[in-house]
Design a protein around this ligand. Sequence first.
Ligand code: NAP
Ligand code: G4F
Length: 353
Amino acid sequence: MVKRALITGITGQDGAYLAKFLLEKGYEVFGTYRRLSTPNFWRLEYLGIFDKVNLIPVELSDTGSIVEALKISEPDEVYHLAAQSFVEASFESPVATGDITGLATTRILEAIRQVCLDVKFYNAATSEMFGATGFLNGGKPLSENDVFRPMSPYAAAKLYGYWITKIYREGYKIFAVNGILFNHESPLRGLEFVTRKIANEVAKIKLGLSNELRLGNLNAKRDWGYAPEYVESMWLMLQRDEPDDYVIATGEAHSVKEFAESAFEIVGLNWEDHVRVDKRFIRPLDVPHLVGDYSKAERVLGWKPRTKFNKLVEIMVREEVGRWSRWLKGERFPWDAPNYPSENRILTRALRM
Ligand code: NAP
Ligand code: G4F
């Protein structure tokens, strides 16, 4: 029997990589997306899977549309990735972040409880939930047993999602897991996140299209891994006999300054000639230090990171240099030419009537 997976947030970085991974495993893949005036399927196109996934329009604020997506896709596994995922924006829209990043997890779990109790459910939790702990413990790698001290509306919303996932697991015996993933990056990362912002701007500066990179807190340290490897861990968590929570990380912390330094070095430039600190990018509160202990994932899931910091920076910078070089020759980015999926790839409730 072909397995069926439903991914919320299939248009995001992880959603796209996970969809590709599951297609390669032989799954039938369904993904939810939100209706926008301009379609946002560039990552699916970029990975060459745009015509291979089934798309279901869903509003995460509307439980009815979530129920409908479950009925249409009849999944064996649900990967809940959709969220307002940008920490900085959560300070600007704390209530909307609470609703979409936090409460929507309950809407999905409640729909599963009512419609398909046997489904396996993955919740995208985050290292951001540890917040101040990563600093207060003297920078020791954080494990599943460490205390959460969230420092942003985003982290508070994710912590709510984390607990509600455990509550539905214990209360209703749903196979529900939390993946506590540390930062993971790739050329498909959103442009506002610091790694892609740096890689993109470094490439433009190298090619003479820009001269300056404006950043916020250069001292913050993060544990940065490579996204395609991290989505595999999501799948591994759902293949176990018992549901549990896992930290996924590389075990190394590097500062934003180190990332910038290394990125400029790759193209033969000195970061100090181009980086300027701009207070617009400094958050009301910022998690100072995050590094993860992935030993449980290695022991139980057989998962470990393969791409370490320097390689990750190189992958991201080289990809941006390639993109902007092609752009200079007249080639446009996939996101400059929005595409619409063929009709038989969009599934709506009308199909069931
Ligand atoms: P991402 O690229 O920002 O993707 C987020 C997805 O959520 C996109 O498909 C986005 O749709 C969708 N979304 C956002 N707001 C929505 C709304 N109001 N209604 C419906 N859909 C909405 O994030 P990611 O990096 O792939 O991360 C995937 C998940 O893992 C997120 O829950 C994130 O919080 C969590 N996480 C990420 C990391 C990381 O380092 N990447 C680490 C830990 C946890 P559009 O494409 O239409 O915007
Ligand atoms: O790239 P960031 O915006 O990622 P952040 O805040 O760590 O959140 C990401 O990772 C979380 C996992 O821990 C996810 F849950 C979350 O969804 C997201 O994927 O910022 C990283 C660091 C921060 O300390 C920030 O203050 O970089 C610092 N920074 C310095 N200058 C900047 C900038 N961040 C951004 N986005 N833009 C800057 O100009």
